[in-house]
Design a protein around this ligand. Structure first.
Ligand code: NI
Length: 169
């Protein structure tokens, strides 16, 4: 396994629309393993393929305390079950160091395929619901900062740009 590098806002590659996964081959299994290693190392609770510059509909996640419940969502679709909303302070491995409140649907059903292509379904009204909506946004080129005011988003953008320039010196 190997660690992958994570794209950071405002990298334009984070805006790429991910394509559906069609082949559940060895290369996909390798990418899934590498994404888990990268996510656990970061550490984070979710990672979309978009964030490691692989533009396919693949998400890995582990919201457990013990980090022993890995979840894979391939070609995921979310159905919002009612109009109840929930706000949560979200962070993102592509926006390191920033946490801001985002409001999302509370009750959702997700339909996806696992790493072998088997279809499954989950309903949730907690952390998983928030996290899967955040990760699915990545697959359509969207980031949690897009929900913030332009002022807040631009402030985060310029601070990260400054940090990136320092790193590249
Ligand atoms: Ni994220």
């Amino acid at each position: 396994m190997s660690l992958l590098s994570i794209l950071e806002f405002p990298d334009p590659r984070l805006r790429t629309l991910a394509k559906p996964v069609e082949s559940f081959d060895d290369a996909l299994q390798q990418l899934i393993d590498d994404m888990f290693e990268t996510m656990y190392e970061a550490p984070g609770i979710g990672l979309a393929a978009t964030q490691v510059d692989q533009h396919i509909q693949l998400i890995v996640m582990d919201i457990s305390e013990e980090k022993d419940q890995p979840l894979v969502f391939i070609n995921p679709e979310v159905e919002v079950l009612d109009d109840e909303l929930e706000s949560y302070d979200e962070g993102c491995l592509s926006v390191p160091g920033y946490y801001e409140s985002v409001t999302r649907a509370r009750n959702i059903k997700v339909t996806a395929q696992d790493r072998h292509g088997e279809k499954f379904e989950m309903t949730d009204n907690g952390m998983l619901a928030i996290c899967i909506q955040h990760e699915i946004d990545h697959l359509s080129g969207k980031l949690f900062v897009d929900y913030l005011s332009p002022l807040k988003r631009n402030r985060i953008r310029s601070k990260l740009e400054k940090a990136h320039k320092k790193q590249n010196r």
